[in-house]
Design a protein around this ligand. Structure first.
Ligand SMILES: Nc1ncnc2c1ncn2[C@@H]1O[C@H](COP(=O)(O)OP(=O)(O)O)[C@@H](O)[C@H]1O
Ligand SMILES: O=c1ccn([C@@H]2O[C@H](COP(=O)(O)O)[C@@H](O)[C@H]2O)c(=O)[nH]1
Length: 517
């Protein structure tokens, strides 16, 4: 759900475009921004919840419009999601759908909405966990079988006619808004919208309005205005929107914190006192330093090695690392009969799901090794990049396999997390936190990497996530912060921008660039 760094904040990713009618796609909206900075502290625990805004008001009062105006006025903030309560209409029986098509079903009673599910999804998102929300079709008056995966919002706007009705929902909001609109205007807007977008007739809209919508507004919706922190007019509301966005921006600034600088450059002798031989501790596992392995590293470190050799030996090393990682997976006994008709007592993997997740781009060179060992493995990716201004890692894109996206699968999934090296450890830290947010168990994460910097962030990772296993082939002594010049073409010629990076020494240079470019 997180977008790309270059995307404009106002660029909107509509949900499930091909799954339901346009009115629903407009409702649940993820607005992409400039990436998500760390939402956790050095102990690995989420530090700040997402900021949640609840917007209630009559049907067609302008709740969605207000939500979008807030987003526009906020400017450049991390990812925002607008979540509509309309998605949480309950699943209907055939009989109920017939009534709905005859405008004789009451969608405006609080019981029509699955409040516990709405609260549960909102609570997950607020606590930085992923959620999968239902998809509702207004044309069919029915919940569809598909769900929509959401993860990683820093600001959540929950809107709906009953958004302030339920105490369990109100408890989740940091800011409660009620959109106040003239009844005639609401009716006029509703007729226009429902005819255009929800496949309705004017007569049908009026019939439903008089029978259910208006009475429910008076009994259930309007009374919730008393819970609002701010009442916003349904039109001409620029001043209110400005006040709200200023408040949110201030809250977001208070929650910002700096991470990378804190975790880099720590002495770690207590946990890495041996870099030769077969040093192993509870969760940092170094490949046995055989002459063969040292030979591979020598080729990879040599700046004069050809690209062909580099790729060949990276793939070979990746296979050795993954084979080592495989040793950590549980196996159960299995008896087979051999071609000589003899019973043989062997082993087979004893896991439900396994997948790979690459931290892009430099996790990519480990993928071939993973596929050689587990031929049909699914590999997801996380794009983590450094914010040029703050030096903080930013989570820019999340593309995870289904066995992680859904929590009930994630708890039983083993993940081989791939990244070329661990220097400050900030990207690895962010990736591990992301997997934990999805419900993956710490002791089911195996981080596989070519290099670990001895004085880098590895020990912070070990301390925060003591059950995550880290497999590496070398522990390098140096980590240095330096400026590099990045060249790009602009107008007439080449222009350079200086960028601060952390370099592992002796290292292998930029492994992703050497592998792909
Ligand atoms: N301030 C506004 N000015 C002009 N049109 C508006 C305004 N607010 C809402 N609308 C229009 O009214 C209709 C219903 O608004 P919407 O925000 O979808 O209502 P709700 O989410 O409360 O059901 C939409 O067609 C929208 O474009
Ligand atoms: O199947 C359905 C479900 C709901 N409705 C009406 O929708 C509005 C709420 O949506 P808003 O976007 O807040 O207007 C509610 O008043 C229901 O009557 C429907 O017609 N059919």
């Amino acid at each position: 759900m997180l977008g790309e760094e270059t995307l404009d904040l106002y660029e909107v990713e509509e949900h499930h475009q091909d799954l339901s009618d346009s009115s629903q796609t407009k409702k649940n909206t993820v607005l992409r921004s400039h990436g998500r900075p760390p939402w956790y502290s050095e102990d690995g625990l989420p530090l700040s919840n997402a900021f949640v805004i609840g917007i209630a008001g009559g049907s067609a009062s302008g709740k969605t419009h207000v939500a979008r105006q807030i987003v526009k006025s906020l400017g450049s903030v991390p990812t925002i999601v607008i979540m509509s309560q309309d998605s949480f209409y309950k699943r209907h029986t055939e009989e109920e759908m017939k009534l709905a098509h005859a405008n004789r079903f009451d969608f405006d009673h609080p019981d029509a909405i699955d409040m516990p599910m709405f609260a549960a999804c909102l609570a997950d998102l607020k606590a930085c966990r992923q959620t999968n929300i239902p998809i509702y079709s207004f044309k069919e008056h029915q919940r569809l079988d598909e769900t929509k995966y959401l993860y990683g919002a820093a600001v959540i706007i929950a809107e709906g006619i009953m958004a302030l009705h339920d105490p369990s929902l109100r408890a989740l909001y940091d800011l409660k808004i009620f959109v106040q609109c003239d009844s005639d205007l609401m009716l006029a807007r509703r007729i226009s919208r429902d005819v255009k977008e929800r496949g309705r007739s004017v007569e049908g809209v009026l019939e439903q309005y008089l029978r259910y919508v208006k009475p429910a507004f008076d009994s259930f919706v309007h009374p919730t205005a008393r819970y609002a922190d701010i009442v916003v007019p349904g039109s001409d509301n620029t001043v209110a929107i400005d006040l709200i966005s200023t408040h949110i921006r201030r809250q977001m600034n208070e929650r910002a914190h700096h991470f990378r600088k804190n975790i880099a450059c720590r002495p770690i002798d207590e946990c890495l006192n041996s870099v030769n031989g077969t040093h192993e501790d509870s969760n940092l596992i170094l490949l046995s330093q055989t002459p063969q392995l040292q030979g591979i590293y020598t080729i990879l470190r040599d700046e004069n090695s050809s690209r062909q050799d580099f790729i060949f030996f990276v793939d070979r090393l990746a296979t050795l690392l993954i084979e080592k990682a495989m040793e950590l997976l549980p196996h159960r006994p299995k008896v087979v009969t051999t071609p000589t008709d003899t019973q043989c007592y062997g082993k087979e993997l004893d896991i439900k799901n396994i997948c790979g997740v690459s931290i892009l781009r430099s996790g990519g060179p480990l993928e071939k090794g993973l596929q050689r060992v587990l031929s049909d493995v699914t590999i997801g990716s996380l794009l983590v990049q450094t914010d040029g201004k703050t030096g903080e890692p930013l989570l820019l894109h999340v593309m995870l396999p289904k066995c992680i996206r859904e929590r009930h699968f994630a708890v039983d999934t083993w993940v081989f997390l791939l990244d070329a090296q661990v220097s400050t450890g900030a990207s690895a830290f962010m990736a591990i936190r992301t997997l934990l947010d999805h419900g993956v168990q710490q002791d089911h994460i195996v981080f596989v990497t070519f290099l670990v910097a001895r004085t880098g962030g590895i020990h912070v990772i070990k301390r925060a996530f003591p059950k995550v296993k880290i497999i590496c082939g070398s522990i390098d002594p140096g980590l240095r912060e330096t400026w590099i010049e990045l060249y790009h073409s602009e107008g007439e010629g080449q222009h350079g921008t200086a960028r601060k990076v952390w370099v592992v020494e002796p290292g292998m240079g930029h492994i992703g660039d050497r592998y792909y470019l």
